[in-house]
Design a protein around this ligand. Structure first.
Ligand SMILES: [Zn+2]
Length: 440
């Protein structure tokens, strides 16, 4: 009974990602991007004073020297964090109904950990630890095994926070839970939100934050083997090297499809033939993208509608940036830059969050800036972030932008916007180990 309920919920999540935009045409899906393609930052005090007097607040913000913009975004990130904590934790009586990173309390804890990394405020770390503890209690009977939507996220974040707090006993306790209690059922899917790739992400998170071999190479290798084997089983003979299915569809995007799975695989120790499988899969996707440059949400789909992290060019772009970084191939960098053009033109979505909102799309530019050092991409990241900063609240209050069904969550709401603003404080650090596998 419980299992069927969980499956139903996961189907709901997928349809939700798409449903929010169905029955509207492409023009209504996103705001037209009429921001300049590039604006240099101002450099002199005289220019700065003139800009401050200008009426266009978005243009003003975009022209500021980066250190000034960074201060504004940091202030905004801290205010948003306060609001998220109040609404998702304090006003709920500190009870956890949804424990996940995606839409639940663990997303708030993750944001607090991010704030702690940005400011070193011990209160954020303490509160983060309290919320993870509540999530731990709430998720003991959960069969979910991933970072974003499952128990692995609770144990992994719990262990990392305990390490930062210097609490060895708690660290051991979370690690023991992770290693001994999280079992991958044989019928587990492969994708990022509910499947094997999502479990591997949690392993990777632990090894990066706590130390190599915290989760043994052997444990991770066994899961990589299953993912490669599963991908070959469904692969189109001679066409695509690896292919996966989730609830009857062969998804391409980051949340449920190939982009998310390939991203996680590239963070693993791969054998030479597996490297070729990953490259082959990415080449298949590039070759079969839409003429517009966008990517289908699933195999065979001819609907060029979604430009989200979950479905479409943004999630694929982040995986291509990762491929360019890991393999050093120009073809992947070029494809990532092509996808970024789609995001620039059609990615100013009418939602704020990470999964299918402007915050998630902004990471495409941030990751390309970090990889290439090209200031055009930093400008574009600033442009999307400043649009959120200057306009999102007003547009939401006017009903022109959707606040999200879970308006303070990390993946659907302003929690994601706060997370992005923390990353924008120092854009060269945007790889930020936390969401590295997801965004960079
Ligand atoms: Zn989504």
């Amino acid at each position: 009974m419980k299992k069927s309920l969980e499956i139903k919920r996961s189907k709901d999540l997928s349809s939700y990602c798409k449903r929010n935009l169905t029955n509207r045409d492409m023009a209504e899906r996103h705001f037209p991007n009429d921001m300049p393609n590039y604006l240099p930052e101002i450099t002199t005090a005289v220019d700065e004073a003139a800009t401050e007097r200008s009426k266009d607040s978005l243009a003003n913000l975009l022209s500021l020297p980066y250190n000034r913009l960074s201060e504004r975004l940091k202030t905004s990130a801290l205010e948003l964090k306060h609001r998220v904590v109040t609404e998702t934790w304090e006003l709920s009586g500190k009870r956890v109904h949804d424990y996940t990173v995606y839409t639940g309390a663990l997303g708030t804890a993750y944001l607090l950990f991010k704030a702690y990394q940005a400011t070193n405020n011990e209160n954020d770390l303490k509160l983060c630890s309290d919320i993870v503890r509540a999530c731990d209690s709430a998720s003991r009977d959960s069969g979910r095994v991933t970072f974003i939507c499952g128990r692995a996220g609770v144990c992994a974040l719990g262990a990392v926070v305990a390490k930062h707090a210097g609490d060895e006993r708690l660290l051991d306790s979370y690690l023991t839970q992770f290693k001994e209690k999280i079992k991958l059922p044989s019928d587990l899917p492969y994708e990022l939100l509910y499947g094997r790739a999502g479990f591997l992400w949690a392993c990777s998170f632990l090894n990066k934050h706590i130390g190599k071999e915290t989760i043994s190479a052997g444990r991770m290798r066994a899961v990589v083997d299953e993912i490669i084997k599963g991908g070959k089983r469904l692969a189109h003979r001679d066409k695509c090297s690896l292919m996966y299915e989730w609830h009857g569809k062969k998804y391409w995007g980051a949340a449920h499809g190939m982009a998310g799975i390939m991203h996680v695989l590239m963070d693993m120790e791969l054998k030479p033939n597996e490297v070729e499988d990953v490259k082959g899969t990415l080449r298949y996707m590039i070759k079969n993208r839409f003429p517009s440059g966008n990517y289908p949400s699933s195999e065979g789909s001819e609907s060029d509608r979604l430009v989200h992290w979950c479905h479409g060019a943004p999630g694929v772009a982040l995986t291509l940036v990762k491929a360019a970084e890991v393999f050093g191939d120009q073809e992947f960098l070029q494809a990532a830059m092509d996808a970024a053009e789609v995001v620039w033109n059609r990615g100013l979505l009418k939602r704020v969050g990470i999964c299918h909102g402007i915050s998630g799309n902004t990471y495409v530019f941030l990751s390309l800036y970090r990889l290439t050092g090209n200031v055009q991409y930093l400008y574009r990241a600033k442009a999307f972030a400043c649009f959120l900063h200057e306009k999102a609240q007003k547009l939401i209050s006017e009903g022109k932008m959707h606040g999200g069904d879970r308006p303070c969550s990390l993946f659907e709401g302003v929690g994601g916007m706060a997370y992005l603003f923390f990353d924008m404080i120092d854009p060269s650090e945007a790889s930020c180990q936390n969401l590295k596998l997801l965004f960079i």
